[in-house]
Write a protein that binds this ligand. Sequence first.
Ligand SMILES: [Zn+2]
Length: 608
Amino acid sequence: MIAVGQRKKDNYGLKMLLYIIGLFLIMAAMFYKIGQNEPLAPSFAMAPVTDKPIYILKSYATAVIYQKNGLHKSQYSEKLEKFNAYIVSMGYKTEYIQEDEIKSLSNGDILFMPDALALSSKAKEQIKIFVKNGGNIFFNFTAGFSDAKGKYLGDGFVNEITGLKISKDKNFISFKESIFLTQRILSPLNNTNSGILLDAPTYDLIPIFITPKSLKPDVFMTTYSQVNPPLAKDKSGDFSIEESGALWHGYYGDGKWFYMNLPSYVFYGSLEQKNDYKQISHAIINFLSTDVIIQKFPYIDRESVVFVSEDTEFKFENFKKFSDLAKKYEIPVTAFIVSSLAEKKEHHDMIVEISKNPFVEFGSHSHTHKKIVDTNESYIKQETSSTKTILDLFASSPIVGFRPPREELNSIMKKNLSESGFKYVLGKSQNHLYPRYSKSENELLIIPRHGTDDYSYLINLDWDQDEIVEQIKKETEFVTGLNGIFSLSIHTHLFAYNSNIDIVEKYFQYLKQRPTLKPLNGRSIAIRVAQNRNISVDYNKIGNIITLNIENRSSIGVNDFHLKLFKNPNIKISSISSNQAKISEGSIINIKYLEPTSKITLFIELEN
Ligand SMILES: [Zn+2]
């Protein structure tokens, strides 16, 4: 609602009113739900990450602006109280602070400035001095967009600290309904490797920022499917990746900041995802209260993955075209094969020939491609476990991957797959980007499919080839930008059919031009995720020395293990204690080899 350029001034009071109504509705919905559900056990939440007080700015200038726009100033203080209660509910001590007290804060303190839409120029100066000297801030929405007299100044204050600039064509957008947020996996926010989808109700005009090259958003505004930035709800068109950031972190002088373009109620507005939001909030406070954060790469030596696979079924003979393309462009791919078709005499020579192609991994796509869920157990066995026996006869090494027909998977199928030696399933899209192990069968990895499939393009959407290739590239850039796995899942009778295969070829040519997007087959992804799960990392920093402990619990050694160190770029690294490890540009720590069941300790020395 503070989204008011001068030209929008007339609507200011109305927007404010809508905002207050919106907030009231959220609160009403929360109370309604609290009445119906048992409260969650407090142990579910994460522990506080600092015992220092969190300062919360009570901005006098913002209160004045509220009054000027016909609202009572208590509406601002009520908002602050809700935010304060939220921080206290996570186990932190808080203290309110006025604008003229900012100068009394010490280096290392943490200041939150929820929805501080107006700030006096003096306060802005004090905040900048505080951060430059090593203070830490969280600010959001249209922080300091107005001065203490209500004059609209725009994004200058935010821009000076963060480098973010309001988008010229999007400016302020009303989403009119929920948007979704997705966390980038390799970020100081992440502690679960999940890239989860969060529901974020918004009732205001949201400022849209362009992310400069020097920053990477930690959270993006996405569609429900997580493969696209949100589609604009007015005539300003689709968002680009640069316009879809929602939360960023960075450094200013010796201090640190987190900035979010959304109002503060987003944090406590969702009851279902209360704990997910609390985890993010803990992670924000953790970043603001520590000098370094170290995260494992999600896939051992890669930040992101592209996974190309084929459902090898109807029009089986097109398998050859897929295999030839993989070989021509040296792209590792996976073919999920319907085993009753593989057994057919007329396919024998082709299968044997393809099995010699080192770029094609064989997996199973059931025996007959008929419905499996809701059938009896012996039928399920035939369609899952027994396909391995058949396909192993052809495959160059025992198969480990399964893709269920119609993406339908139940627990009996998972049990049979796991017991017969399958290691992973390419499933349907999920509300998280990172693969997870099936709850019942710990060893079966479910890789979510994130990417529009060929059926949708050709049948539902009826797009032409160039449009399809462009869209696949866009989705690839977006999902891999979030450190997810972009999965291009094709069929023998769709993208591999006739000239449609040119789409796949054009995509392979694009992958060759983007060397950072090295594709992996399903087996390699499953191995990396399993290795990653068996490696634990802990660290602390005393003085200038970071002590980093890495434990590999697996009985298999790990090559080329990567970690990312998040720290102020002004602080240079002077040495690392092992010649097995090196730190490259962008603070990437690379360890050549982790021995099986081993622990290593590295000392990283920072310059003074
Ligand atoms: Zn299929």
